[in-house]
Write a protein that binds this ligand. Structure first.
Ligand SMILES: [Zn+2]
Length: 341
C-alpha cells in the first residue's frame, strides 16, 4: 500500500501518519447509501478507512441523482442496487479499501450480524425505525455509531459512544409516529444540506478513530447558514431504557414483514423464512406463467399479466418489493399467491 495518496491528509496535525494508520485499521459499517450514505462512503473510502461495509436495500432511481453523489444515469437505467453501484464506483477510486456491498433490508433479525465486528457504525438511513434499531444494536454490543438525519434544508448529527455519551434514546426517547414528521419523500431534501450533515458525520467518525472525542449534538440549517453545537456532557438520562436499563425494545420487537415504501407506491415483503438460493430459477419458471419475467444478477422481476400494473422485484434473500400498491394487505396477498411464504 502506498501512503502517498493520503499525503494531504497526513499533513494535517489532527491526523498525521499515526492517525492514518488508525484509519487504515478501522472497519466501518455504513447503513443506508442514499443522500447521506453516498457522501459518507465517498469520504471514508477516499480517506483510506481499511474496511467499509455498505448496506442498502434499494435500487438506484432517477430521482436519486439530484443528491446521491456516487450514482449515474446508467445505474438508474440498469436498475443497479445502490450498494453494488457504490461498491463499483468506490472500488475504482480507492482499491486499497476492502469494500463489502450488502443488498439487504436492515431489521431486528439481522442488524446485530450486520454491525458485528465494526469499529464504528455510520447512520445513512432515511427513517427513524432503523435508527432506533441501530441504537439498540450498537449500545448492546458497545459499538460507537454516528447518528445523522437530514430533511428539507435542515439536519443534525451526533456521535454515540455507548456507556460514555448519551444514546439516541437519552436525547429523543421515542421515535416519531409514522407520518408525524416530514420526510424527504414529502418535503424534499437540499443536496447541500445532506452533504454538510454527511461531512460532519465523517468528521465525527475520523475524530473518534484518531482518539479525539466530539460529544455534542450538532443541528444546522443550510439555507440560513446556521449551525449549533449542543454540549452533551452530563446529558445521559438516568432513566434511559436503552443505555441504563439495557432494555432493547426495538431489537426485541418482531421484525415487520410488511413495510410500505413511503412515496414509492410499493410495499416490501420479507419472507418469514430464508429461501434457498437455488429456488430462483424454479421461481422464474413458475412466474413465467403469470407474467413477463426478467432476470438480472441482482434480482428477478416479474410484471404480472393478470394483476396489471403490479410488478414484483424478488431479491436472492427472498425479500420482495410489490410495486404498484401502497396497501400492505394487498401486497401480502399478491406475494402469497405468486411466490408463497
Ligand atoms: Zn441512553
Amino acid at each position: 500500500m502506498s501512503i502517498d495518496r493520503y499525503h494531504r491528509q497526513t499533513l494535517l496535525p489532527q491526523i498525521g501518519t499515526q492517525g492514518q494508520e488508525r484509519l487504515r485499521a478501522a472497519s466501518i459499517v455504513l447503513i443506508g447509501c442514499g443522500a447521506l450514505g453516498t457522501v459518507i462512503a465517498d469520504q471514508l473510502v477516499r480517506a483510506g478507512i481499511g474496511k467499509v461495509r455498505i448496506v442498502d436495500r434499494d435500487i438506484v432511481e432517477l430521482t436519486n441523482l439530484q443528491r446521491q453523489v456516487l450514482f449515474t444515469e446508467a445505474d438508474a437505467r440498469d436498475e443497479i442496487p445502490k450498494a453494488i453501484a457504490a461498491w463499483k464506483r468506490l472500488g475504482a477510486i480507492n482499491s486499497d479499501v476492502a469494500i463489502e456491498p450488502v443488498v439487504a433490508d436492515v431489521h431486528a433479525g439481522n442488524v446485530e450480524e450486520i454491525v458485528g465486528g465494526a469499529s464504528l457504525v455510520m447512520d445513512g438511513t432515511d427513517n427513524a425505525q432503523t435508527r432506533y434499531l441501530l441504537n439498540d444494536a450498537c449500545v448492546k454490543h458497545s459499538i460507537p455509531w454516528v447518528y445523522g438525519a437530514c430533511v428539507g434544508v435542515e439536519g443534525r448529527t451526533m456521535l454515540v459512544r455507548p456507556g460514555v455519551t448519551p444514546c439516541l434514546r437519552c436525547i429523543f426517547p421515542e421515535p416519531p409516529a409514522a407520518g408525524e414528521l416530514p420526510t424527504c419523500d414529502t418535503v424534499g431534501v437540499l443536496a447541500s444540506a445532506a452533504n454538510i450533515v454527511a461531512s460532519l458525520q465523517v468528521v465525527a467518525a475520523m475524530k473518534f478513530l484518531v482518539g479525539e472525542s466530539s460529544d455534542s449534538l450538532i443541528t444546522l440549517n443550510a439555507w440560513s447558514a446556521q449551525i449549533r453545537s449542543i454540549d452533551l456532557t452530563d446529558a445521559r438520562r438516568a432513566d434511559c431504557p436503552t443505555c441504563e436499563a439495557r432494555q432493547f425494545d426495538f431489537l426485541d420487537r418482531p421484525a415487520n414483514h410488511l413495510v410500505s415504501l413511503c412515496g414509492r407506491n410499493a410495499v416490501q415483503v420479507q419472507p418469514s423464512s430464508k429461501r434457498a438460493a437455488s429456488d430462483s430459477s424454479l421461481l422464474a419458471e413458475r412466474l413465467s406463467s403469470a407474467g413477463d419475467v426478467q432476470t438480472t444478477p441482482y434480482f428477478l422481476r416479474c410484471t404480472l399479466r393478470e394483476s396489471a400494473p403490479l410488478r414484483l422485484t424478488i431479491f436472492p434473500d427472498g425479500r420482495t418489493i410489490v410495486h404498484g400498491t401502497n396497501d400492505p394487505t394487498r401486497a401480502r396477498a399478491i406475494y402469497d399467491r405468486y411466490i408463497g411464504s
